[in-house]
Design a protein around this ligand. Sequence first.
Ligand code: NAD
Ligand code: 3PG
Length: 386
Amino acid sequence: MYTVKCLNPISNRGLDLFTSEFEVIDDLNAADAVLVRSASMHDLEVPDSMIAVARAGAGVNNIPLEQYAEKGITVFNTPGANANGVKELVVAGLLLASRDIIGGVNWVKDNAKEADLTKLIEKKKKEFAGNELKGKSIGVIGLGAIGVLVANICNRLGMNVYGYDPYVSVRSAWSLSRMVNHSSSLDEIYEKCDFLTIHVPYMESTKGMIGQEAVQKMKDGATILNFARGELVDDQAVLDGLAAKKIKHYVTDFPNPAIAAADGVITIPHLGASTEESEENCAEMAVDQLMNYLENGNIVNSVNYPNCDLGDIEAECRITVHHKNLPNMIGQLTSALAEEGYNIENMLNKSKGDYAYSIFDVAKRPSEAVLSKMKQIDGVIRLRVL
Ligand SMILES: NC(=O)c1ccc[n+]([C@@H]2O[C@H](COP(=O)([O-])OP(=O)(O)OC[C@H]3O[C@@H](n4cnc5c(N)ncnc54)[C@H](O)[C@@H]3O)[C@@H](O)[C@H]2O)c1
Ligand SMILES: O=C(O)[C@H](O)COP(=O)(O)O
C-alpha cells in the first residue's frame, strides 16, 4: 500500500485512477508521495518516507528540485497537459488588450438602470473602440508546449508571428506552423512586435528577463502578455513603460500589489490552467506517472531525474537505484550482484546532470547483505526493492 498526500485540490478524474494499492491521506508525515499544484514546497518539512512529488501542472519553481534530487526524491510534472487552457486565455488576453471590452462591460453594468440605455450605448461606444489583431505582429518567447500552440493560433488569427527559443525541442519545431518566423534574438522581437508573449519557465537565468533595457527596445505602444510567471518581468520596468506610454498594456496572470491596480495593467488571478479540462488532464497524467514510479520504479516526465522506463515488472525482483552521475557506478552495482551469483535479466541506466538512475531486473530477490553492500557504494542515494 502506498500513501499519497495532496497539497492542493487535485481533480477526482486523476484521484479516481488510484488502484486499491494506493491511499490518499491527510497526514504529510505518513506520505510516500505528494501531489501538488502551486503550493510552495520550499519551506515545507517533508518526511523521510516521501520518495516522489508529482506536480499536476507545468511550472516547478514551487519545488526545491536540487534539494529533493540530493535526497532521492523524484519530482514529476505533466508537460503539455494544461497547454491548451493557457493558449485560450492568451487569446482572451490579446483581445482584452486590443479592444476595450473591460471598459465597455463595466460601463454597461454601471449604467444598467438608465431608461434610455440602448440610445446611450450608441453614443458612448466610440470610447471603447479598439484595434483588430489581424495584421499585427506578435513575438512568442519560449516555444514549448504552450508557446507553440500560441504561435500557431496567432498565425491563424492573421498575425505576423515571430518565435524565439534558443533551446527549442525537435518536437516543438515539428509542431510549429511554417508561417512562424524564426527569431534568433530577442532584440528582433522587441524591434518588430506589437505584442510580446512569454512562455518560458521561471529559473535563475530567466528571472527579470523583461527589464528596463528590454522595455526601452520595444516598439512604442507594445503590449506585454505574461502567462508564465510574475518574476520573469520586472514590475518597475513595466510601470515606467506604462507611465511613459512606451507600453500600452501589461496583461498578466500573476498580479501582485505593486502592479495590480496600475493603469494599463490587465490582471487575471492565475487562471491559465484553471479549466476543468486542464485540471483533469494534469491530474490524470500526474497520478499515472506516480503509480508507475511507485509500483514499477519507472520514471516518466521527471524534472530532477532522468526518464528511465523498463516497463512493468516481469522479473522476480526489480531494484531501482538513485545515484550520483559518477564513473563506475554501474560497475560497482552490477559487481555487488554478480559476486553473490545474482543474474541481471534486464537493466537500464540514464543520467541527467549530476544525477542518475538505474533499474535492475533480477531473477531472485538479493539477500539483505547484497542490498546493504549496494546501498553503501559511494554515490548511491536511494535503493528500492520492488
Ligand atoms: N498561467 C498558467 O496557469 C500556466 C500554466 C502552465 C504553465 N505556465 C508557465 O508557463 C511556463 C511554460 O510552460 P510550457 O508548458 O510551455 O513549458 P515547456 O517546458 O513546454 O516550454 C518552455 C520553453 O521555454 C524555452 N526556454 C527556456 N529558457 C528560455 C529562454 N531563456 N528564452 C527562450 N526560451 C526559453 C524552452 O526551450 C522550452 O521550449 C511554465 O514553466 C509555467 O511557469 C503557466
Ligand atoms: O505551471 C502551471 O502549470 C500553472 O501555473 C498552473 O498552476 P496551477 O496548477 O496552480 O493552476
